[in-house]
Design a protein around this ligand. Structure first.
Ligand code: ADE
Length: 240
């Protein structure tokens, strides 16, 4: 897979791509990620890439010309399966979407910043708009990093144990069970004894029960407003 990312702040994408599974996948040539600095596509005198919004709305808007030039330059070099704009009003990213996108060969991701991008870009070039949550970030870069991470870990060979990405939470609409490692006892907190029993059938049963409990709890927490507060209170968690 090849992913091209267009941004006015390439430094924001550096460390998310430089560690862990994404970095290993890049080194193994499972994915090629190219970050393009919007300013390199500005042809005006001061390499300006943003300007005041028409209509007097406060805040700066990323200009149409540099973005159009960058997208068209890249599109002349290869055909993109999707041209994605990261935006809080896009379709909410979820695991099935990540699974689908991970099958594409070439993705082009545009990050907005400031007040957003000139609407003509969205109309003319963007094929998909993706949000990573119903809140507003300062720009699309962190959102793009989230999307790239979610995709890359699904690519064959990106994760050592090929099966483990399939066992993530949200694959099969299920939440993963709790996990423990050594020591078996820390202060007064013990690892559930079944995990130390060596009885694989019992361990599998325990995992399945935990998966079911966590999945139910997840739905209660996130989809049942009436129960949300009481569950959070029971778990001694702060309510957002
Ligand atoms: N840009 C700003 N906020 C965003 C969000 N929540 N998701 C995707 N892109 C964004």
């Amino acid at each position: 897979m090849r992913i091209d990312i267009i941004t006015c702040l390439p430094a924001l994408l550096e460390s998310p791509l430089a560690y862990s599974i994404v970095q290993r996948a890049i080194k193994k040539n499972i994915v090629q990620i190219h970050v393009h600095h919007l300013r390199d596509y500005a042809q005006n005198k001061h390499q300006q890439i943003d300007d005041k919004a028409y209509g007097g709305m406060p805040g700066m808007v990323l200009m149409v010309e540099p973005i159009a030039r960058c997208i068209e330059t890249l599109q002349q070099q290869r055909k993109y399966d999707k041209v994605i704009y990261m935006s809080p009003d896009g379709v909410l990213l979820n695991q099935p979407m990540a699974n689908t996108l991970s099958l594409d060969k070439h993705l082009l991701i545009l990050c907005g910043h400031y007040k957003g991008i000139d609407e003509r870009i969205r109309k003319q070039w963007i094929t998909h708009e993706i949000s990573i949550g119903t809140y507003v970030l300062s720009g699309g870069e962190l959102a793009a990093a989230v999307l790239v991470d979610a995709l890359v870990r699904l690519l064959p060979g990106a994760i050592n144990n090929e099966m483990s990405a399939l066992e993530d939470s949200f694959q099969n609409q299920q939440i993963a069970p709790p996990v423990y490692t050594r020591p078996a006892k820390f202060r007064d907190m013990e690892v559930p004894s079944v995990l130390l029993s060596g009885n694989h059938q019992k361990i599998r049963q325990w995992e399945e029960t935990q998966i079911a409990m966590r999945t139910n709890l997840y739905h209660l927490k996130n989809h049942t407003h009436l129960n949300k507060n009481s569950i959070n209170r029971q778990k001694n968690k702060k309510i957002l």
